[in-house]
Ligand binder design. Structure first.
Ligand SMILES: NC(=O)c1ccc[n+]([C@@H]2O[C@H](COP(=O)([O-])OP(=O)(O)OC[C@H]3O[C@@H](n4cnc5c(N)ncnc54)[C@H](O)[C@@H]3O)[C@@H](O)[C@H]2O)c1
Length: 308
């Protein structure tokens, strides 16, 4: 199948490209390289430089596609609070434009990344797709509203659409800012032998999922599309930030007291864990343990540091 992947030069997108090629798909990437890197795009994938807000500039270079996987976005929660208009344009208008692009290119399927941020601070854990949503930042609202546009557009135009609400994704090539970047931030600090900062008391919990598992979720059942619906992509495992630090220190052979406490970050929710029930029923389960994922991520950051 021919896949168009927006944001394929980014963290998750580049892993998705690799997996898609491995599965035997043809891959075209559209990215404006505002955050991603050309070198992240694997050999074998075609790259078309382009902005999701200006598809008229690149659409005629793509050719017919079967599936659009839309990942390009504004991904920073704090940036969405400072500049909600840019967040709205990229995450909502950008998604609508990519839905229209999918239709113009003859795609029958559309998949996109939403976020655990749509849930906000909901007290009932694990967070379920059919439970309440209460975003606490513009980013969560733009992602949630984009979900509604996807399903409405899909219904109107007969597109098979799936939305994935991603938990905290980590792995090689993640940048040290942005959503879910705590593993990358810790790895970079350890690789540079710096004392790292744990915000709050470190007892806040997150649901960490390895990037390759997320890539597999996007490619799951492409041959046999399912209902137009939303799935959490998670491990349903709560790991405190302090325990994450300890696990990483062990993997990296670093001292267990190599951190200092820093003030709680504004807008940070305390606990987040996403139910796996619906994704499991659909046949998707992540494969990578936290220990294995951290070892692979640490190796990547160490190699980056050792590069001449
Ligand atoms: N990383 C996480 O933990 C996480 C969690 C939940 C959801 N998500 C979602 O997953 C998706 C991918 O996130 P990521 O972590 O890989 O981010 P990323 O910033 O690494 O990748 C995004 C890519 O989109 C490109 N891009 C940005 N604006 C563009 C535009 N106007 N036109 C074309 N390309 C543009 C960037 O250059 C970059 O390559 C996003 O939709 C994000 O909201 C990520």
């Amino acid at each position: 199948m021919h896949l168009l992947i927006t944001g394929g030069a980014g963290f998750i997108g580049s892993h998705l490209c690799e997996k898609a090629l491995e599965y035997g798909h043809r891959v075209t990437v559209v990215d404006n390289l505002s955050q991603g890197l050309r070198e992240n795009i694997p050999e074998g994938a075609r790259f078309v430089y382009g902005d999701i807000l200006q598809p008229e500039m690149w659409l005629n270079k793509i050719g017919p596609v079967d599936i659009v996987i839309h990942l390009a976005a504004q991904i920073s929660v704090p940036a969405s609070e400072v500049d909600p208009l840019t967040d709205l344009r990229l995450n909502l208008e950008g998604t609508l434009r990519m839905l229209m692009a999918a239709q113009a290119l003859g795609a029958t399927q559309f998949r996109t990344a939403s976020s655990a941020a749509v849930y906000g601070d909901v007290p009932h854990l694990p967070l379920r797709e059919d439970g309440p949503v209460h975003p606490i930042a513009f980013y969560g609202w733009s992602k949630y509203t984009a979900e509604q546009y996807v399903f409405h557009f899909a219904k109107l135009h007969g597109l098979d659409a799936v939305v994935f609400r991603l938990a905290n994704v980590y792995g090689p090539r993640q940048r040290t800012q942005g959503e879910g970047g705590v593993v990358a931030v810790f790895c970079e600090a350890m690789a540079q032998n710096r004392v790292l900062e744990i915000h709050g008391d470190g007892q806040q919990t997150r649901d960490f999922i390895y990037v390759e598992d997320v890539a597999r979720a996007f490619l799951h059942r492409l041959e046999n599309p399912g209902p137009k619906t939303v799935y959490n992509v998670s491990t349903e495992t709560r790991t405190s930030v302090y325990n994450l630090f300890l696990a990483l220190a062990k993997v990296a052979g670093k001292p267990q007291d190599g951190y200092r406490l820093a003030p709680v970050r504004l807008g940070d929710i305390h606990d987040s864990v996403l139910s796996q029930e619906k994704a499991k029923a659909w046949g998707f389960v992540p494969k990578t343990s936290l220990e294995d994922g951290l070892a692979l991520t640490w190796q990547y950051f160490l190699n980056q540091e050792l590069k001449p």
